[in-house]
Design a protein. Structure first.
Length: 368
């Protein structure tokens, strides 16, 4: 190799990254001891962001596109390097390519059950699993807060941290939903959307966003599943007494079809006889009759009325009392009356129930 080839090999004039993996989030350009040539081309593809770091300090960030590296589009790096008047010498800087696409092959699950208070079943232990998507929302913050000097940062390095955050937020999300366990399957999508927002808000400090969160399944321990199955069977069977009689009748038929059954024949016959006796008893028993009354029913309670006479309340009075006062002239059509259930005091003539009482009260005289 000649001297000029050696000098030319020490300068880098194209900076790019072709991602051949599916799990790399951050990749550091392998500059080694070489310097980047001023005026070199920086190729940032879609779903990528390039971040320049100088002596541990994040400098310039480049979006997708073809960029020519010079002091004009490296303003922060130019300030850090102290270049003046557009100095065009090669420079050293670390270049990190950050993958900003969605990583959709991430799984989560609860290693230990989450304890919740269900509105119908009481305290229950739930397990859940599913998937989620992750993407980088702030490349510079991700580098400073999580990646550091790692030359190749993969999803496996952050997935366990994210899983722990998910499990920590799951119980609160399920409790806040207030949905009974029987109805959780219909609310999984809504709960997942709510969790995605909560996680994205918490992870914004390290530059990560959760655009999609999926709950595939929520389950209870096996013993609880068995109890729920029994409860479902009881609901399907309905009347257990009639079901037992039906089963006994079937056993009798099976025994009759198997004359050589020996002991099983005796058992089936016994069950059949027992079922027949119960059915016969049910048919022979007369229908339940209502118990005869010990005496006449109690008299209905009388309504209690009140009168407003000269600003004083008079009562309680029965309808008979009101009739007597009407005959004596103490109750007129204009007298205010009230009873329980009325919204306000009304003149007696406006109460339909007192029409019969006021029948003997003459109307007021016509004006002279």
């Amino acid at each position: 190799m000649g001297l000029m080839d050696k000098i030319r090999g020490e300068f880098i004039d194209i900076v790019e990254w072709l991602d051949d993996s599916r799990d790399t989030i951050v990749w550091r350009f392998p500059r080694y001891e070489n310097e980047i040539k001023m005026g070199a081309r920086l190729v940032v593809r879609e779903s990528q962001t390039a971040v320049f770091v100088n002596e541990g300090v994040v400098a310039d960030v480049f979006p997708p596109g073809m960029h020519t590296l010079d002091t004009e589009n490296l303003p922060i790096l130019s300030t850090l390097k102290g270049w003046k008047y557009g100095f065009h010498s090669p420079f050293k800087a670390e270049v990190y390519f950050v993958n900003t696409r969605q990583f959709t092959d991430l799984k989560w699950g609860t290693q230990n059950p989450v304890i919740l208070r269900d509105p119908e079943l009481g305290v229950v232990r739930l397990r859940a699993f599913g998937a989620y998507a992750m993407r980088v929302s702030d490349p510079a913050r991700l580098l400073t807060e999580l990646v550091g000097t790692d030359p190749q940062f993969r999803t496996e390095e952050v997935s366990e941290y994210l899983r722990q955050m998910i499990v920590g937020k799951l119980a609160g999300a399920l409790a806040a939903a207030g949905v009974p366990m029987y109805d959780l399957a219909t609310q999984q999508e809504a709960i997942g959307t709510r969790l995605a927002g909560v996680l994205s808000e918490d992870l914004a400090s390290i530059g990560i966003d959760i655009p999609k969160f999926i709950i595939e399944n929520i389950s209870v321990p096996p013993e609880v599943e068995q109890a729920l199955d029994k409860r479902t069977q009881m609901g399907v069977v309905g009347n257990l007494d009639q079901y037992a009689q039906f089963q006994a009748a079937n056993a009798l038929q099976d025994a009759a079809r198997n004359p050589g059954g020996g002991a099983s024949e005796g058992i089936g016959l016994g069950l059949g006889l027992a079922a027949g006796q119960r059915m016969a008893g049910a048919l022979a028993q007369p229908a339940a009759q209502p118990a005869p009354a010990a005496g006449p029913p109690p008299l209905p309670a009388q309504e209690q009325w009140y009168l407003g006479v000269e600003g004083e309340r008079v009562g309680p009075l029965s309808l008979e009392d009101l009739s007597g006062r009407a005959r004596s002239g103490a109750l007129t059509r204009a007298t205010l009356v009230w009873k329980a259930g009325m919204a306000q005091w009304l003149p007696a003539e406006q109460v339909p129930e007192l029409a019969q009482v006021l029948a003997s009260v003459p109307p007021p005289l016509p004006p002279q």
